[in-house]
Design a binder for this molecule. Structure first.
Ligand SMILES: NC(=O)c1ccc[n+]([C@@H]2O[C@H](COP(=O)([O-])OP(=O)(O)OC[C@H]3O[C@@H](n4cnc5c(N)ncnc54)[C@H](OP(=O)(O)O)[C@@H]3O)[C@@H](O)[C@H]2O)c1
Length: 320
């Protein structure tokens, strides 16, 4: 038993990891948050510790006072580097803290290969550089695209839908490239299970891979059409379109990105080229799946069927 602190464990992937940790019951679990939340802590069976991410010293005191052995960072500070940089510094200075998982959980190694592609890529790239500078043991996790993104808005979930390239609610898709390139989709609950199991590993690799299921865009569209029982309007953006910075706009994009259309085109054409270049067709030599074969990742077909079967057709907006 060790003390595990999940920074950002009050929502999203972090909350899912906290739930997996408390379900397993092997470790003492702490949530680091910007605010006190005793009600959340009681509900989850974890202590919520409020920290000031602007002060490495205050985080260090919290880690030391609570005997934190392992920090799992899942904060999503949208390009603000300081909170995670201070957390990493604090974990390194805390005499008890031994290990850290930075907030990477990226589709593939874009923070390393394309650090300037977006503020989020930059933040992740800087987090990797920062953990490398410490004496902590660390692992950066790569897991493909969150399958949760393709859920129906009615589904109760820690991670809200964010229907990238396939807008199931509006029965439409804008396929980057041929649509035949393979892409890894992994549900957050499976990521959480692998993360929890990996705490038992005596040694971590600097990079860890978690593979849900690998499908092409055409295959996922077909599964979504079957789950909804309808035919989608499928557009294709060729490599030439993507190179020219053009993508087809889907109905949910405005609400998802809340950016001018030119910026959305910019971001998605860059991401679209990653599929053309088969970046999401992950083929790691070592995946956590091999270490923990008892964890059977969720099948995309099962997820889409349970998510979309019998959904209310009058709901026409994604929940964010
Ligand atoms: N591969 C994929 O497809 C994929 C998809 C989604 C996310 N991700 C990655 O998964 C990780 C978790 O993302 P998520 O969507 O689950 O996160 P999230 O729910 O948006 O945020 C998690 C927590 O971060 C904390 N936070 C937010 N802004 C902060 C700030 N400025 N300073 C400090 N803390 C802040 C909040 O905790 P408090 O309010 O309690 O402080 C929040 O509950 C991120 O690394 C993200 O990039 C990957």
């Amino acid at each position: 038993m060790v003390v595990v602190a999940v920074a950002g464990g009050s929502s999203g992937l972090g909350l899912t990891i906290v739930q997996a940790l408390t379900a397993q019951g092997k470790h003492e679990v702490l949530i680091l948050s910007r605010k006190e939340n005793t009600e959340l802590g009681k509900r989850l069976g974890a202590l919520v510790v409020a920290v000031d991410y602007r002060s490495a010293k205050s985080i260090e005191s919290a880690l030391e006072a609570n005997n934190v052995d392992t920090v799992i960072c899942t904060i999503s500070s949208q390009g603000d580097l300081e909170p995670e940089q201070n957390l990493i510094l604090a974990a390194d200075r805390s005499p008890i803290t031994r290990r850290i998982i930075p907030s990477i959980f990226a589709g593939f190694t874009y923070p390393v290969k394309y650090p300037d592609s977006s503020p989020v890529a930059k933040a992740k790239s800087e987090a990797i550089k920062a953990v490398k500078r410490t004496s902590l043991e660390y692992t950066a996790i790569y897991n493909g695209i969150f399958l949760d993104y393709y859920a129906a808005p009615q589904l109760k979930a820690n991670i809200p839908p964010w229907p990238l390239f396939v807008d199931i609610l509006h029965e439409s898709a804008a396929v980057p490239g041929s649509g035949d390139d393979l892409v890894v989709f992994t549900h957050s609950t499976d990521i959480a299970k692998f993360v929890v199991s990996s705490l038992d590993l005596p040694k971590w690799r600097e990079e860890s891979y978690i593979l849900g299921e690998k499908l092409t865009w055409h295959e996922i569209i077909k599964l979504a059409e079957d789950a909804k029982g309808s035919k989608f309007n499928v557009m294709h953006d060729s490599e030439t379109d993507l190179r020219a910075g053009r993508v087809s706009m889907l109905p949910s994009y405005g609400k998802m990105f809340q950016l001018p259309e030119a910026d959305i085109q910019d971001l998605l054409s860059t991401a679209g080229m990653w599929f053309v270049n088969k970046e999401l067709d992950l083929n790691p030599e070592h995946a956590l799946n091999k270490k923990f074969p008892e964890i059977k990742p969720m099948k995309v077909k099962d997820f889409l069927e349970s998510s979309w079967n019998g959904t209310d057709a009058t709901v026409l907006d994604i929940k964010m």
